[in-house]
Design a protein around this ligand. Structure first.
Ligand code: SF4
Length: 343
């Protein structure tokens, strides 16, 4: 019999399990949640304020986590750490702990492989295997927190397109936000999407208030179709959805733009991007732009943009009134930077 992974359950679901399936009193939920999330104990036998009989029942019916940590690689450059886990069906899932941002942040994966196929991304070169379960998403943060202590930020920017695993991602966000569980602030969670338009609207209407990052990467639809192979939405539809998200959640959304040498990084390209954004007059108020220098991946011949090219690109956006930053890469030497996760 398949055991229930409690790391994939909201508090409500644990309560239903305790009161309906186990026919126990409701306060047992609080005790179980406290052991898992506050005391960070995963061995049910050590839940010492539960009666032995209940601990026994739980041991047979539930598990707390399913991933097995198989390796941990630490960057010599910046301390970024890549955690590699094995799933119960023998796939590898990675997440990245980034200690050098202003906060301690974990970048997590949501799928095994990715079906979108961005040409500059190692995950995009993999075949798509399956969505991660809610438990497998949550456990990445749980494991890192157990290893390094408190975490102050979660980025859904690892392997996979989060909004193509919508239900499991939304449930994991609810678990991260729950004050009895991870108690994360909604503004410290960022969901990144390459632009799954209907699910951007859905996520806005969930009213969870987490931040949104949209990976745009291009200034026109034709080029984007080549860069982001298997996503049909047009740039203006994606940007409109971003503005809707920002209006509903009352927070700016981020545009992520990977700068690839001689592909999308010239001054002319920057001006095209400004033109595209200017078509939505109110967007300036709601957006900030992160420029991400391309990180090399195996079997791909793209080149990195020169530093002065990146700076010029930024200046054009800034001069036109767009709040723009250049994102520093983390964990380059251990294949943990943006676009480098793969198996
Ligand atoms: S960049 Fe994101 S959406 Fe694109 S292939 Fe990589 S993981 Fe998938």
């Amino acid at each position: 019999m398949q055991k229930i992974d409690l790391l994939g359950c909201t508090k409500e679901e644990i309560k239903d399990f305790v009161t309906v399936k186990l026919k126990e009193k409701e306060y047992r939920t609080k005790q179980i949640v406290h052991w898992i999330y506050k005391k960070r104990v995963t061995d049910i036998i050590n839940f010492t304020d539960l009666p032995a009989g209940l601990r026994d029942k739980l041991t047979h019916l539930v598990q707390i986590g399913s991933l097995q940590l198989i390796s941990k690689e630490i960057s010599q450059l910046d301390g970024t750490t890549r955690y590699n886990f094995k799933t119960q069906d023998n796939y590898i899932v990675s997440c990245v702990y980034i200690p050098k941002l202003e906060r301690k942040v974990v970048c997590i994966s949501t799928q095994i492989g990715c079906s979108v196929g961005c040409v500059f991304c190692h995950s995009g070169k993999m075949y798509f295997v399956r969505n991660l379960t809610t438990g497998e998403i949550v456990e990445q943060v749980y494991a890192v927190r157990k290893d390094v202590g408190e975490i102050n930020g979660i980025l859904y920017m690892g392997m996979g397109e989060p909004l193509l695993n919508y239900d499991n991602v939304v449930k994991s966000i609810k678990i991260f936000l729950d004050t009895d569980m991870f108690a994360m602030s909604k503004r410290r969670i960022t969901v990144s999407t390459v632009g799954v338009v209907p699910n951007i609207y859905r996520l806005a209407d969930e009213k969870l208030g987490v931040k949104l990052a949209i990976s745009l990467h291009s200034y026109n639809d034709e080029q984007r179709k080549w860069l982001v192979k298997r996503l049909k939405f047009k740039l203006n539809e994606i940007l409109e959805a971003g503005v809707y998200y920002a209006e509903v959640t009352k927070t700016k959304f981020t545009i992520e733009y990977v700068l690839i040498g001689e592909i999308n990084d010239s001054e002319e390209h920057a001006k095209f991007l400004v033109k595209l954004l200017d078509k939505l007059p109110k967007i300036r108020k709601f957006v900030k732009i992160n420029l991400i220098p391309y990180n090399t991946i195996p079997e791909e011949k793209f080149i990195q943009s020169k530093l002065d090219t990146i700076e010029k690109f930024k200046q054009i956006l800034v001069t036109n009134g767009y709040l723009t930053f250049i994102r520093k890469p983390y964990g380059n030497d251990i294949n943990a930077a943006c676009g480098q996760l793969g198996f």
